[in-house]
Write a protein that binds this ligand. Sequence first.
Ligand code: PLZ
Length: 450
Amino acid sequence: MTANTDHEMFNGLVQERRLVTAIPGPKSQALQARRTAAISAGVGATLPIFITKAAGGVVVDVDGNSLIDMGSGIAVTSVGNSNKEVVDRVVEQVNNFTHTCFMVTQYEGYVEVCEALNRLTPGDHEKRSALFNTGAEAVENAVKIARVYTKRQAVVVFEHGYHGRTNLTMAMTAKVAPYKQGFGPFAPEVYRMPLSYPSHDGLSGAEAAAHAISRMNKEIGAENIAAIVIEPIQGEGGFIVPAEGFLPALVKYSNDSGIVFVADEVQTGFCRTGNWFASEHEGIIPDLITTAKGIAGGLPLSAVTGRAEIMDSVHAGGLGGTYGGNPVACAAALGSIAAMEAEDLNAKAVRIEEIMKPRLAQIAADTGVISDIRGRGAMIAVEIMKKGTDEPDAEMTNKIAKACHANGVVVLTAGTYGNVLRFLPPLVMPEHLLEDALTIIEQQFKEATA
Ligand code: PLZ
């Protein structure tokens, strides 16, 4: 496999955008009809197409269309879809055994993944990890652990935050529609604080943190707070990068007040932002860190990693679940981590940012509807406003996203106001493919704003 040539193949798939039917094609439309008849209407989908094969930076649908994947299944297939390291290890593991339940009879893969997490996460203090299945489950368990350790109950989260769809994590998630609408009552003792949102609030990191800390002291009381849970860069909230100094001030407040600081790196972790973890950018050392998504190249796996004294404060048997740390998912994680190290995917993420930001800046200059270009590494977004105003334009955002889809580029939207177009390409995406995706995105912006 040679890097970044036009002939590059991943798992037998040419890395190209190729449309042979309209999107969706006839076979996808037929499946869509079966889907509607068989699947709850509550389960959404960004594109009405069905995939049969995916590798590297492309997904191929049932009609033979090859689309450029600028979403990675929401920041999951960072090592590329059907990555060889992942596939080989998964196949080997599936042939050996598929499940024993780690809480019944144990296996080495679980140990190895935890060793890797303890080694790769920020800080050289002694750490422990525990494995689960989904990001939401990791966040829930981080809260459980923090509550046991501190013997306190309150959980602090932030505006625009996203932490999952289970009952506790719905309470922790900011946005009501679609995540929470009608699903209450929600878990108690969850308090939402103002975030640092530099392009909106104009505050320095220190000012925004002082504001949040003053409110925590007045409205909750530091001595009642078990955990502060925050995404170092908010994902679903619209790739909001807090002003420099905001996160370190919250970490200091946590350390000074006996609060467990939890970095939710479910979306930002595993090379996505050009570091193993986004916390590293400002050198913060979280007490606990939650991971999922990119950890296992597409298999469901999540983790809580953190200070040994916190992680070990839980009574034996207090943490677990039938499938947590499933051996096949662990094999996939070990393959993903091996690929990230061997291919230096942090450097690839940085390179993706270098390619994307100038081209997005050109689109902003040409169209006048982009108010902010932000993010880090291969986690980049643009915020879209009505021309000449600071009014979020969700309609335009959706129009551009749909036009990209129709032209063979999978892009995702995000943001509390639905006006953020976000890009999460696989880190292995060949540069010519990324450039092609950007050209399509540029054309759709121009047409939509003409
Ligand atoms: N924490 C920071 O980004 C998942 C949600 C997609 P799960 N984000 C994608 C959707 O609409 O459901 C996420 C996240 C952060 C937690 C989670 C939750 O991870 O694996 O989806 O449970």
